[in-house]
Ligand binder design. Sequence first.
Ligand code: BGP
Length: 479
Amino acid sequence: MSKYSLPKNFLWGGAVAANQLEGAYKEENKGLSVADIMTAGANGKNREITDGVVDGKYYPSHEAIDFYHRYKEDIKLFAEMGFKCFRTSIAWSRIFPKGDEDQPNEAGLKFYDDLFDECRKYGIEPVITLSHFEIPYHLITKYGGWRNRKLIDFFTHYAEIVFKRYRDKVTYWMTFNEIDNQTDYTNQFLMATNSGLILKDNQADAEALMYQAAHYELVASALAVHLGHRINPNFKIGCMINMTPIYPASSKPVDIFQAEKAMQRRYWFADVHALGKYPRNMEAFFAKNELRRDITAEDRLILSEGTVDYIGLSYYNSMTVAYKKENPDFHFVGPELVVDNPNVEKSSWGWPIDPLGFRYSLNWLADHYHKPLMVVENGLGAYDKVENNGEIHDPYRIDYLKAHIRAMIDAVEEDGVEVLGYTPWGCIDLVSAGTGQMSKRYGFIYVDKDDQGHGSLKRIKKDSFFWYQKVIQSNGTAL
Ligand code: BGP
């Protein structure tokens, strides 16, 4: 076997997040998380971030797909597909209901003991995210979320407790899910979920708050990496970046440079995680724009000593930007610059479908950071139809995944990129993070539940279930 082929022990699997599938949002002392106070938005509409749990509103995370009570049945189905790994997150507020306690909630710890044991029973390696859009809500109301330096202590305490508890059950960890998507600081949903910052419309200091909160998260992440390696030197601890390569709208130099600036303004998170320091372009940007941050010499040392073992990434689509005359110094890089790319198809939710962009992304990350990569999310959100005979035919999903797996294997075999694993998003249908809808489905396994929360929660294997089973069996050769 060539050094540049997919290794035999390649980690094929699937990915989910606690708040999007567990439900049981109050069970066994679990506290509220930010996800638990968000309603479902209709197609294209944002979720409402409410003020606690309000009577009469529908909160999709409260029951989700009831994985909390049905995980044995679901893990069995994953094992049947041949999963080698399963990516999920620990709901921080199950372990620390408010986030700032000294003592953890034993019932929460026990749930994940049982879940990881169940995975291991089938030889499935758990891949665990510490914080996936589910910060304890109390840390928002009492401390203002990650704008507060105190959160570093609360997070590292939580990390220490779970690293010690699951020392022998979990090897692969990630700190913050898609930490870089808060770059879009005008998006209230992304700010609330990533940093626990509940902001008002057009909040003037949103940009500065984002950079401050992100800095504390990065310090907390580096401390966790350092701590984790002391607890178990075999731990592999990664970051998690939402990789959306940004293309120029044309070959005009201004478009090309604008796209480059947009890439810099987004992927510095990966520099800090992987190289242990802020890139020069961001230091210059902070200095020039007087985005004064609380960043100490000790913080810089911590960042340099807590670099990650691998880069976890999600890839769904590429994005295209154009230079705008109103932005002559290329300073602003927000969503206003985004233009349609007529060269790629779109999903039902308008997300560009671009498998070559995936290969490009894997190359880009490997070239910049020289670390192994793990693809921990990829997939197509689509409407599915249950036929009269109970079958679900989802060729669109198979087509999307086939093209993306092909692109990943090309990156490995043709370009020499090191990829540890591939876990498509939402391997079982779950609550969509962005819309809160159930009808935006990613799974190989259908779950009978609608956007209003009605349904039997019955699980049904889709055509893609049997297709992915063969992909895993053949280690990616039968696509
Ligand atoms: C990523 C998140 C996931 C997930 C996925 C799909 O941003 O890490 O939590 O949900 O995107 O997004 P959506 O659910 O909005 O379709």
